[in-house]
Design a protein around this ligand. Structure first.
Ligand SMILES: *[C@@H]1O[C@H](CO)[C@@H](O)[C@H](O)[C@H]1NC(C)=O
Length: 387
């Protein structure tokens, strides 16, 4: 008796009172609405499920407090009109240190004018590369000899025993070094042949540099580079007759490893030099980035933004600079941290309920509207017939 009473009371809380089957009518309009709303529900559910299965990437911004990391510069650049013999790569940073702590792994590949590789790539030595050749030659020559500097001596009795020394003496005098073919030392070292042989070639440079994580710059430019009174200079006089077409294409350029969704603004960039002797400057702002994926693996890498500038440099136009590709990079003090996250399951559940409930309610309204309008129209027709 008691239990029955309680049940009776509980019934009052039923928010879903049922009507008796007998009073229900099934209409054609109702069926159509049901089918359409069913399809709609399925479509919405699938899209919600799709959304749930993607990972959410959350971005945070804070001051970069990491220390002692190296910056890795990856590159893959092709100069279709400048030969590898001319190009040299130099890197330096704000500490004034050149090529110090630079762990490099850059390869040069000679290309013919059609862009096909000519031989196996050789590993590039940053800085002066003539040393080895000279070293090997020294062994066969009399060490106490004293060869002429061809009039470029700065003091009496100066000796120029290598092509490099003659070139250096010329440079100190400010003379153009345009006749290496007539200089014994250079002939011996095959200086001219080496340059001439590679006159009509292109060069493909690829690999990476590892530098200190401070602002700095690096460049790929024709000419032998050296330090003079702490200033970095390129000796271009040997090539004073040569016009450099610095057209280049950048296949890849990045700082650090890739992560999903990373965009490198320099990738697949084709730059055509419309004039000879052009200088291309790239001002790069590096944004340190950490990427934390779902497996809690942390990736320290960088994004960057870029602005470019190009100009024609020549002694006659009075413009300072050298032809070549120059990268000036700076580090942002802010770090971006991306965290991959799974989407909330309860959020998904809420979404699904909203879809089902919402579509059901709206369909009910539409159905009622159709039903009542149909009834009204029927009534009007009947009235018309009666009169
Ligand atoms: C440099 O070479 C490119 C093709 O590699 C060409 O389109 C461009 O006109 C050349 N520039 C000059 C100044 O010759």
């Amino acid at each position: 008796m008691q239990a029955k009473d309680i049940l009776q009371k509980l019934r009052r809380f039923d928010a879903y009172p049922k009507t008796l089957e007998d009073f229900r009518v099934k209409t054609f309009g109702g069926a159509a609405v049901t089918v359409i709303s069913g399809i709609l529900m399925v479509i919405l559910f699938v899209s919600e499920l799709n959304y749930y299965l993607t990972t959410e990437v959350h971005a945070d911004l804070f001051v970069d407090t990491s220390r002692g990391q190296k910056l890795r510069i990856n590159m893959d650049v092709t100069f279709p009109r400048v030969s590898c013999a001319f190009l040299s790569i130099d890197a330096m940073d704000v500490t004034g240190e050149t090529q110090i702590d630079v762990d490099h792994n850059i390869y040069k590949e000679r290309l013919d004018l059609q862009g096909n590789p000519m031989e196996d790539p050789e590993k590039e030595v940053i800085g002066d590369k003539s040393e080895d050749i000279i070293e090997s030659l020294k062994l066969t020559l009399n060490t106490s000899r004293c060869e002429s500097c061809y009039g470029a001596e700065t003091y009496n009795g100066q000796c120029c025993n290598t092509c490099e020394e003659v070139r250096e003496a010329y440079r100190k005098k400010g003379w153009a070094f345009i006749t290496p073919a007539e200089i014994e030392q250079c002939k011996r070292e095959g200086f001219t042949e080496k340059l001439e042989k590679q006159q009509n070639e292109g060069c493909h440079l690829y690999g990476y540099l590892e530098v200190n994580k401070v602002a700095g710059n690096f460049h790929i430019a024709p000419g032998k580079s050296f330090q003079q009174h702490h200033v970095h200079v390129h000796d271009l006089q040997a090539f004073s007759g040569t016009k450099f077409n610095m057209t280049h294409s950048i296949k890849h350029f990045s700082f650090g490893q890739d992560y999903p969704g990373l965009q490198n603004p320099l990738d697949h960039l084709e730059v055509v030099a419309h004039k000879d002797q052009m200088m291309f400057q790239y001002f790069v702002k590096i944004v340190p980035t950490t990427y934390l994926n779902l497996d809690e693996k942390v990736l320290y890498t960088n994004q960057y933004s870029i602005t470019t500038n190009s100009k024609v440099v020549s002694a006659t136009s009075g413009d300072q600079g050298l032809p070549g590709m120059f990268m000036m990079y700076e580090l942002s003090p802010m770090m971006v941290k991306y965290t991959e996250q799974k989407r909330s399951f309860f959020h998904f559940l809420t979404g699904v309920c909203a879809i089902i409930g919402g579509v059901f309610t709206v369909a009910g309204l539409v159905d009622a509207f159709i039903f009542h309008s149909a009834k009204m129209i029927q009534k009007k027709i009947d009235l018309g017939k009666a009169s």
